[in-house]
Design a protein around this ligand. Structure first.
Ligand SMILES: [Zn+2]
Length: 404
């Protein structure tokens, strides 16, 4: 089951009854945390057994279901707290600071045609919350294939979980193999006997990251005498940076997926999970790896929703191996891989050929054939480039005609 959280802004102010519900929710979650800490209990059911009766007396106004979900929130926080303690960090007593409440789908109703939430507060008291709807929201509300999950309510917005049965991935008729680099995805698209180079460029991700890195360093130096302000400013910087980078990564992922969907392609990526950076410049390496991993997780997540098959391949030797004769080069120098057998190709593109070869020999989509000899050096398809960000629908199929 796939779940997607959708954020809705609320029309107008939150009614008084809803505000006091949020406050009651926070107070009851925090008391449950305190009691759970003392009794060394973290599960929702154990908390229920322990404190439900007393709580009913203290919070007679609150609908029982909401009280139970306050215990659930408390249980989650306690579990995280316990995990941090085990790791040896996070000593202070946890508490809920933000004003919010969460509830499961039995406890609220949503009028999907008009975007109105009906939320019970207590016996005989319901409130209506009008959601601000865009076309994007409409698509989910109008599609009966999505069922509703939990509702999380904040003073100014609501998050509703939409759920859907995962689609069965289609049987690919072609493959899109991509080597993930700091500034681009480089790879090949293969269909029938043909192979062409593909590219999706996102140079601004590394630029944004570098700029923020420098600015953070300057801030830390400047605010060295006031560490709290320094830390807060850095946090703000970090959030902004993540936001800007993620926006771009989503655009790239959308373009790649639109292409794959249009050509019924399986997507082949290197498996980055085993990647362990060396000791020396560990932090820098980790920072520069983050967008790549993030891009992969966005692609995989979105592909699941759309039923596009994604295959992950161990990237060992992929950037040093010749796909024709299998020789492995000693060094990774130069932008081209030149082999004694006469094969030469851009190193990144070559890596994607190796990933594809492994994917096919591992049995990806039985019918797919792959013949490096049919390589068309002169065909290059641009899946994405920064200029496309201005357009609403990136068009990744501009010269796909050359391939059929
Ligand atoms: Zn060779």
């Amino acid at each position: 089951m796939l779940v997607k959280g959708m954020v809705f802004r609320l029309e107008g102010e939150l009614p008084f009854d809803a505000k006091s519900l949020l406050e009651d929710f926070r107070v009851s979650a925090n008391s449950a945390i305190r009691i759970g800490l003392m009794a060394r209990v973290t599960s929702r059911n154990a908390l229920c057994k322990l404190v439900y009766k007393d709580f009913r007396k203290d919070y007679p106004r609150m609908y029982a279901q909401h009280l139970v979900s306050a215990f659930e929130v408390a249980g989650c926080i306690l579990k995280n707290h316990r995990r941090r303690l085990r790791k040896g960090s996070g000593g202070h007593v946890p508490y809920v600071r933000r004003l919010f409440m969460k509830t499961e789908n039995q406890a609220y109703k949503l009028d999907r045609a008009n975007g109105v939430i009906d939320l019970p507060i207590r016996a005989g008291c319901h409130i209506k919350l009008k959601l601000v709807l865009s076309n994007y929201h409409r698509r989910y509300l109008d599609d009966a294939g999505y069922s509703l999950g939990s509702l999380t309510l904040f003073p100014d917005r609501a998050i509703i979980a939409f759920r859907k049965e995962a689609l069965k991935p289609f049987v690919p008729e072609s493959a899109l193999s991509l080597d993930t680099n700091e500034r681009s995805l480089d790879g090949v698209f293969t269909k029938g006997r043909n192979i062409a180079i593909v590219k999706a460029e996102f140079p601004d991700v590394a630029i944004i990251q570098q700029r923020h890195h420098d600015r953070r360093r300057r801030l830390q130096k400047k605010k060295a005498h006031d560490r709290r302000t320094g830390r807060d400013l850095c946090k703000k910087e970090g959030a902004r940076e993540h936001h800007r980078i993620e926006y771009r990564l989503h655009q790239v992922a959308n373009a790649v997926l639109a292409f794959a969907e249009g050509h019924r392609s399986a997507i082949v990526l290197e498996d980055l999970t085993g990647f362990r950076p060396g000791r020396g410049k560990e932090l820098n390496r980790r920072l520069s790896m983050w967008p790549r991993r993030k891009l992969h997780s966005i692609i995989e997540y979105k592909a699941q929703w759309r039923g596009i098959p994604v295959v992950k391949i161990d990237p060992r030797y992929s950037s040093r191996k010749c796909p024709i004769c299998g020789r492995i080069q000693d060094s990774r120098m130069g932008t081209e891989l030149v082999c004694e057998c006469g094969w030469h190709l851009d190193r990144h593109v070559n890596a994607s050929l190796n990933l594809l070869q492994t994917a096919i020999s591992n049995g990806m989509a039985g019918g797919l054939r792959f013949d490096p000899g049919a390589f068309q050096h002169d065909v290059m398809m641009i899946l994405y480039e920064p200029a496309m960000a201005a357009r609403s629908e990136p068009n990744g199929t501009s010269d796909a005609g050359a391939m059929s």
